[in-house]
Write a protein that binds this ligand. Structure first.
Ligand code: SF4
Length: 244
Protein backbone atom coordinates (compact mmCIF):
# COMPACT_ATOMS: atom_id res chain seq x y z
CA UNK A 1 0.00 0.00 0.00
CA UNK A 2 1.39 3.42 -0.91
CA UNK A 3 1.49 6.41 1.44
CA UNK A 4 -1.43 8.15 -0.24
CA UNK A 5 -3.70 5.15 0.21
CA UNK A 6 -2.68 4.68 3.82
CA UNK A 7 -3.26 8.38 4.45
CA UNK A 8 -6.75 8.05 2.97
CA UNK A 9 -7.63 5.16 5.27
CA UNK A 10 -6.13 6.82 8.31
CA UNK A 11 -8.19 9.88 7.50
CA UNK A 12 -11.31 7.71 7.54
CA UNK A 13 -10.25 6.60 11.00
CA UNK A 14 -9.97 10.21 12.10
CA UNK A 15 -6.20 9.96 12.51
CA UNK A 16 -5.18 12.56 9.95
CA UNK A 17 -4.73 15.20 12.65
CA UNK A 18 -1.53 13.40 13.61
CA UNK A 19 0.02 13.84 10.16
CA UNK A 20 2.32 16.82 9.64
CA UNK A 21 1.26 18.72 6.52
CA UNK A 22 4.84 19.32 5.38
CA UNK A 23 6.00 15.72 5.89
CA UNK A 24 3.07 13.32 5.63
CA UNK A 25 5.15 10.31 4.69
CA UNK A 26 7.56 10.86 7.58
CA UNK A 27 4.70 11.31 10.00
CA UNK A 28 3.03 8.11 8.84
CA UNK A 29 6.31 6.29 9.27
CA UNK A 30 6.51 7.55 12.82
CA UNK A 31 2.97 6.33 13.54
CA UNK A 32 4.00 2.92 12.27
CA UNK A 33 7.26 2.97 14.19
CA UNK A 34 5.49 3.80 17.45
CA UNK A 35 3.87 0.38 17.46
CA UNK A 36 6.19 -1.68 15.33
CA UNK A 37 9.06 -1.33 17.73
CA UNK A 38 10.35 -4.22 19.70
CA UNK A 39 7.41 -4.31 22.11
CA UNK A 40 6.96 -7.80 23.47
CA UNK A 41 3.66 -9.41 22.57
CA UNK A 42 1.97 -10.17 25.85
CA UNK A 43 0.19 -13.47 26.23
CA UNK A 44 -2.42 -14.37 28.80
CA UNK A 45 -3.79 -17.65 29.94
CA UNK A 46 -7.37 -18.30 28.74
CA UNK A 47 -9.77 -16.93 31.31
CA UNK A 48 -12.13 -19.86 31.00
CA UNK A 49 -12.40 -22.78 28.61
CA UNK A 50 -13.72 -20.93 25.53
CA UNK A 51 -15.44 -23.87 23.93
CA UNK A 52 -19.18 -24.44 23.76
CA UNK A 53 -20.42 -27.66 25.36
CA UNK A 54 -22.37 -28.19 22.13
CA UNK A 55 -19.35 -27.91 19.85
CA UNK A 56 -19.61 -31.48 18.62
CA UNK A 57 -23.04 -30.75 17.16
CA UNK A 58 -21.65 -29.17 14.00
CA UNK A 59 -18.27 -30.92 13.90
CA UNK A 60 -17.31 -32.27 10.49
CA UNK A 61 -19.92 -30.24 8.61
CA UNK A 62 -18.73 -28.53 5.40
CA UNK A 63 -19.43 -24.92 4.36
CA UNK A 64 -22.60 -25.51 2.29
CA UNK A 65 -24.16 -27.80 4.92
CA UNK A 66 -23.23 -25.42 7.73
CA UNK A 67 -24.79 -22.50 5.85
CA UNK A 68 -27.96 -24.53 5.28
CA UNK A 69 -28.17 -25.50 8.95
CA UNK A 70 -27.83 -21.89 10.05
CA UNK A 71 -30.45 -20.72 7.54
CA UNK A 72 -32.94 -23.26 8.90
CA UNK A 73 -32.02 -22.90 12.57
CA UNK A 74 -34.74 -22.53 15.18
CA UNK A 75 -32.67 -23.40 18.24
CA UNK A 76 -33.43 -20.16 20.04
CA UNK A 77 -36.23 -17.63 20.14
CA UNK A 78 -34.43 -15.22 17.81
CA UNK A 79 -35.54 -17.38 14.90
CA UNK A 80 -39.06 -16.03 15.38
CA UNK A 81 -38.11 -12.36 15.02
CA UNK A 82 -35.31 -12.38 12.43
CA UNK A 83 -35.78 -11.35 8.81
CA UNK A 84 -33.03 -13.78 7.84
CA UNK A 85 -29.95 -15.38 9.33
CA UNK A 86 -26.58 -13.66 8.87
CA UNK A 87 -24.11 -16.47 8.27
CA UNK A 88 -20.97 -14.45 7.71
CA UNK A 89 -19.12 -13.31 4.64
CA UNK A 90 -15.64 -13.34 3.18
CA UNK A 91 -12.73 -15.35 1.96
CA UNK A 92 -12.87 -18.98 3.05
CA UNK A 93 -9.06 -19.08 2.95
CA UNK A 94 -8.75 -15.93 5.06
CA UNK A 95 -6.03 -15.66 7.70
CA UNK A 96 -8.11 -13.13 9.67
CA UNK A 97 -11.49 -13.85 11.22
CA UNK A 98 -13.35 -10.77 12.45
CA UNK A 99 -16.07 -11.54 15.00
CA UNK A 100 -18.75 -9.12 16.14
CA UNK A 101 -21.65 -9.48 18.49
CA UNK A 102 -24.83 -9.97 16.46
CA UNK A 103 -26.58 -8.58 13.39
CA UNK A 104 -28.17 -5.15 13.71
CA UNK A 105 -31.20 -3.89 11.83
CA UNK A 106 -29.36 -3.29 8.55
CA UNK A 107 -27.50 -6.60 8.74
CA UNK A 108 -30.80 -8.37 9.39
CA UNK A 109 -32.22 -6.72 6.25
CA UNK A 110 -29.23 -7.38 4.01
CA UNK A 111 -28.11 -10.74 5.40
CA UNK A 112 -24.50 -9.59 5.72
CA UNK A 113 -22.50 -8.63 8.83
CA UNK A 114 -21.02 -5.17 9.34
CA UNK A 115 -22.83 -3.13 6.72
CA UNK A 116 -23.86 0.51 7.07
CA UNK A 117 -21.67 3.18 8.69
CA UNK A 118 -20.11 0.82 11.23
CA UNK A 119 -19.28 -1.59 8.44
CA UNK A 120 -17.67 1.17 6.39
CA UNK A 121 -15.53 2.16 9.35
CA UNK A 122 -14.51 -1.47 9.89
CA UNK A 123 -13.54 -1.66 6.22
CA UNK A 124 -11.39 1.47 6.63
CA UNK A 125 -9.77 0.09 9.75
CA UNK A 126 -8.89 -3.14 7.95
CA UNK A 127 -7.61 -1.36 4.86
CA UNK A 128 -5.41 0.81 7.06
CA UNK A 129 -3.44 -2.33 7.98
CA UNK A 130 -3.43 -3.54 4.38
CA UNK A 131 -6.42 -5.88 4.58
CA UNK A 132 -9.25 -5.35 2.08
CA UNK A 133 -12.60 -6.65 3.35
CA UNK A 134 -12.44 -9.31 0.61
CA UNK A 135 -9.35 -10.86 2.24
CA UNK A 136 -10.91 -11.51 5.67
CA UNK A 137 -13.87 -13.50 6.93
CA UNK A 138 -16.44 -11.61 9.00
CA UNK A 139 -18.99 -13.25 11.29
CA UNK A 140 -20.88 -12.69 14.52
CA UNK A 141 -21.34 -14.65 17.72
CA UNK A 142 -25.09 -14.72 16.97
CA UNK A 143 -26.47 -15.38 13.49
CA UNK A 144 -29.82 -13.71 14.18
CA UNK A 145 -30.67 -10.20 15.29
CA UNK A 146 -31.77 -9.71 18.90
CA UNK A 147 -34.87 -7.48 18.87
CA UNK A 148 -34.08 -3.84 19.57
CA UNK A 149 -30.36 -4.68 19.33
CA UNK A 150 -30.36 -5.85 22.94
CA UNK A 151 -27.40 -7.85 24.22
CA UNK A 152 -27.42 -11.58 23.43
CA UNK A 153 -28.91 -13.76 26.16
CA UNK A 154 -26.70 -16.47 27.60
CA UNK A 155 -28.80 -19.29 26.14
CA UNK A 156 -28.77 -17.64 22.69
CA UNK A 157 -24.96 -17.45 22.69
CA UNK A 158 -24.68 -21.03 23.93
CA UNK A 159 -27.00 -22.30 21.18
CA UNK A 160 -25.34 -20.31 18.40
CA UNK A 161 -21.66 -20.60 19.27
CA UNK A 162 -21.23 -24.10 17.76
CA UNK A 163 -21.88 -22.57 14.32
CA UNK A 164 -19.04 -20.09 14.81
CA UNK A 165 -16.82 -22.83 16.18
CA UNK A 166 -17.37 -24.90 13.05
CA UNK A 167 -16.71 -21.85 10.88
CA UNK A 168 -13.39 -21.52 12.72
CA UNK A 169 -12.65 -25.22 12.25
CA UNK A 170 -13.24 -24.88 8.48
CA UNK A 171 -11.45 -21.55 8.10
CA UNK A 172 -8.42 -22.29 10.30
CA UNK A 173 -7.63 -18.59 10.71
CA UNK A 174 -4.23 -17.39 11.88
CA UNK A 175 -5.87 -14.77 14.06
CA UNK A 176 -9.27 -13.76 15.40
CA UNK A 177 -10.19 -10.13 16.04
CA UNK A 178 -13.08 -9.77 18.48
CA UNK A 179 -14.71 -6.38 17.95
CA UNK A 180 -16.63 -4.97 20.85
CA UNK A 181 -17.15 -5.90 24.50
CA UNK A 182 -20.02 -8.30 23.92
CA UNK A 183 -18.20 -10.34 21.29
CA UNK A 184 -15.03 -10.47 23.37
CA UNK A 185 -16.81 -11.45 26.58
CA UNK A 186 -18.87 -14.16 24.86
CA UNK A 187 -15.89 -15.64 23.05
CA UNK A 188 -13.69 -15.60 26.13
CA UNK A 189 -16.47 -16.45 28.62
CA UNK A 190 -15.55 -13.62 30.89
CA UNK A 191 -16.98 -10.41 32.31
CA UNK A 192 -13.61 -8.65 32.27
CA UNK A 193 -13.91 -5.17 30.74
CA UNK A 194 -12.87 -4.54 27.16
CA UNK A 195 -10.25 -2.10 28.38
CA UNK A 196 -8.52 -4.91 30.27
CA UNK A 197 -8.88 -7.43 27.44
CA UNK A 198 -7.19 -5.19 24.84
CA UNK A 199 -3.52 -5.44 23.95
CA UNK A 200 -3.22 -9.07 25.02
CA UNK A 201 -3.12 -12.32 23.08
CA UNK A 202 -5.95 -14.61 24.16
CA UNK A 203 -6.54 -18.09 22.77
CA UNK A 204 -9.80 -19.46 21.44
CA UNK A 205 -11.08 -23.00 21.40
CA UNK A 206 -9.40 -26.33 20.84
CA UNK A 207 -7.24 -24.89 18.09
CA UNK A 208 -5.98 -22.15 20.43
CA UNK A 209 -6.30 -19.56 17.69
CA UNK A 210 -4.74 -16.26 18.86
CA UNK A 211 -7.50 -13.77 19.63
CA UNK A 212 -7.08 -10.01 19.97
CA UNK A 213 -9.77 -7.65 21.24
CA UNK A 214 -10.64 -4.16 20.04
CA UNK A 215 -13.51 -1.68 20.03
CA UNK A 216 -16.67 -2.10 17.95
CA UNK A 217 -16.80 0.38 15.05
CA UNK A 218 -20.30 1.48 16.12
CA UNK A 219 -18.80 2.49 19.47
CA UNK A 220 -15.98 4.32 17.67
CA UNK A 221 -18.53 6.29 15.66
CA UNK A 222 -20.03 7.46 18.96
CA UNK A 223 -16.65 7.88 20.67
CA UNK A 224 -14.15 9.01 18.02
CA UNK A 225 -11.61 9.83 20.71
CA UNK A 226 -10.95 6.10 21.07
CA UNK A 227 -10.13 5.56 17.38
CA UNK A 228 -6.45 5.89 18.14
CA UNK A 229 -6.68 3.03 20.64
CA UNK A 230 -8.42 0.91 17.99
CA UNK A 231 -5.61 1.73 15.58
CA UNK A 232 -3.10 0.53 18.20
CA UNK A 233 -5.12 -2.68 18.59
CA UNK A 234 -5.10 -3.34 14.86
CA UNK A 235 -1.37 -2.88 14.62
CA UNK A 236 -0.95 -5.14 17.64
CA UNK A 237 -3.09 -7.79 15.94
CA UNK A 238 -1.03 -7.44 12.77
CA UNK A 239 2.14 -8.06 14.79
CA UNK A 240 0.57 -11.10 16.43
CA UNK A 241 -0.49 -12.51 13.06
CA UNK A 242 2.98 -11.97 11.62
CA UNK A 243 4.45 -13.97 14.49
CA UNK A 244 2.05 -16.94 14.40
S1 SF4 B 1 -29.35 -16.97 16.89
FE1 SF4 B 1 -28.23 -18.82 16.28
S2 SF4 B 1 -29.09 -20.45 17.58
FE2 SF4 B 1 -30.57 -18.74 17.60
S3 SF4 B 1 -32.01 -19.21 15.92
FE3 SF4 B 1 -30.39 -17.86 15.10
S4 SF4 B 1 -28.91 -19.28 14.20
FE4 SF4 B 1 -30.20 -20.48 15.59
Amino acid sequence: MNSAQRHEYLTALGLDAWVRRDQPAAALSSIRASTETSRELSTVTPLLAPVSPNTAREAGVDWPELRARVAACTRCALSATRTQTVFGVGNQQAEWLIVGEAPGAEEDRQGEPFVGRAGQLLNSMLRAIGLPREQVFIANVLKCRPPGNRDPAANESAECLPYLEQQIALLKPKIMLAVGRIAAQNLLRTDVTLGRLRQQVHRFGHSQVPLVVTYHPAYLLRTPGDKRKAWEDLKFAREVCANV
